[in-house]
Design a binder for this molecule. Structure first.
Ligand code: AMP
Ligand code: MG
Length: 411
């Protein structure tokens, strides 16, 4: 059922559009197993339980001396050094009563030892060492204090970054159940588009969306199938869309969804699929469209490069994340004082290219780029995020404004 198609002039609020897209997101891709060495960027299809305690045994957090705290007089004192345990050594022999062992970071505590004193706080005197007063258990990493065997190490729906890979390796995990990468068919639309490197005839421009959107998708861990440019012609557009729909989980186009008679893409969609939603209360990016081609979801981003970038990061991203099997779908806005005043006299929510900076008093604030054109990308390159201003809102200098960081939107 069409939510907001047509020429009624009604613009769908961004949040409603995102919610609608999410309700239409395809089931997560099929599941397969990958080796840990190939798991970076993949999405866990099942939770991972730890096969072992982490740490596996009590060990020292410092280079120093391991002791039984009860053996030391309250104010500190001398104790004899019974031996030496380095990382990698076995520490099977119990700590003799009233003695200490020289120990190194990561070395196992001998049975009976419960506390470590860092070497900087000790004074060696021949075969004995002076130790200051201690707190029971200090500088000891206890067996299982990070996670116990059988407890959840990582939740399903989590993308594996370097730190997750490290955690899994540390627990001895070798194989993971992950979703297949989402396959997204990327198509640009417009007779004016040429590839960088090709000569430009009058009226032609370089295709920037193909590269920008491809980079966004790859950064999200998507498998991009690049179908190049659809000409501004109905039959060729239909053919390209049909082929891409048969080969991909999701279609992403840019351009051709505005209101002019040269916007052939909407007509092609009507021919080979259906249009479900069109025109959002967003600036830039009003002409965004959503529908399907032969059952494959299609997102039609606007052609203007900044509008394509912003709608991809704001509207497409949650949808793609759900289709990838991720559980955390929406970005987290932070509220920061605006270092500008702004009147949004528009009927659309604005996503302004902005940057976190120190204002004149050294306070963290959001600064705006003076150029907010939907056709130009330089402001987005200067920016490190987007400031949101609601339709009709009057924003005064110093008022908090929600800020979405590119660092989050691009991952
Ligand atoms: P359209 O939505 O097709 O009317 O395009 C709107 C504007 O975006 C026009 O100026 C197009 O030339 C431009 N445009 C469309 N697609 C691209 C693209 N892939 N790369 C750069 N500019 C584009
Ligand atoms: Mg066009």
């Amino acid at each position: 059922m069409s939510l907001s198609v047509c020429d009624s002039g009604h613009l769908l609020p961004v949040d409603e559009a995102i919610a609608h897209l999410l309700s239409q997101a395809p089931a997560a891709p099929a599941v397969h197993y990958v080796a840990l060495s190939h798991a970076l960027g993949r999405v866990l299809a099942a939770e991972v339980r730890s096969p072992m305690n982490l740490p596996a045994w009590d060990n020292s957090a410092m280079d120093g001396y391991a002791l039984r705290a009860a053996d030391l007089p309250a104010g500190g004192g001398y104790l004899p050094v019974a031996g030496r345990i380095a990382a990698g050594d076995d520490a099977a022999a119990p700590l003799p009563v009233g003695q200490v062992v020289r120990i190194f970071t990561g070395a196992p505590l001998p049975p009976g030892a419960d506390t470590v004193v860092p070497q900087e706080r000790c004074q060696v005197d021949g075969q004995r060492v002076w130790l200051p007063a201690v707190t029971l258990g200090e500088h000891v990493r206890k067996e299982g204090e990070e996670v116990h065997r059988g407890e959840r190490l990582l939740a399903a729906g989590k993308r594996l970054r370097a730190q997750e890979i490290g955690l899994l390796a540390g627990a001895g995990v070798t194989r993971l159940e992950v979703y297949q990468p989402l396959r997204v068919g990327l198509l640009s639309s417009g007779d004016e588009l040429r590839e960088p490197g090709e000569p430009l005839a009058p009226g032609q421009i370089y295709n920037s969306n193909r590269h920008c959107l491809g980079a966004i998708l790859r950064g999200w861990g998507v498998e991009v199938v690049d179908y190049g440019v659809m000409p501004d012609a109905l039959a060729a557009s239909c053919e390209a869309l049909r082929r891409a729909a048969a080969e991909c989980d999701l279609l992403l186009t840019s351009g051709g969804v505005s209101v002019g008679e040269e916007d052939h893409l909407k007509h092609a969609i009507a021919e080979v699929g259906s249009l479900d939603l069109w025109r959002l209360a967003i600036q830039p990016g009003k002409p965004l469209a959503f529908g399907e081609v032969a059952g494959t979801p299609w997102v039609g981003l606007p052609g203007n490069p900044s509008a394509a970038l912003i709608t991809a990061l704001v509207v497409l991203r949650p949808f793609v994340r759900k289709a990838q099997g991720l559980c955390d779908l929406m970005p987290q806005a932070v509220w920061v004082a605006a270092d500008f005043s702004w009147l949004n006299a528009n009927k659309r929510r604005q996503y302004l290219r902005a940057r976190l900076a120190a204002n004149a008093s050294g306070q963290l604030s959001v600064a705006l780029h003076p150029q907010q054109s939907s056709a130009m990308l330089s402001a987005a390159c200067w920016a490190d995020g987007l400031a949101l201003v609601e339709r009709g809102q009057v924003l005064s200098l110093g008022e908090p404004v929600p800020f979405l960081a590119f660092a989050e939107l691009l991952q």
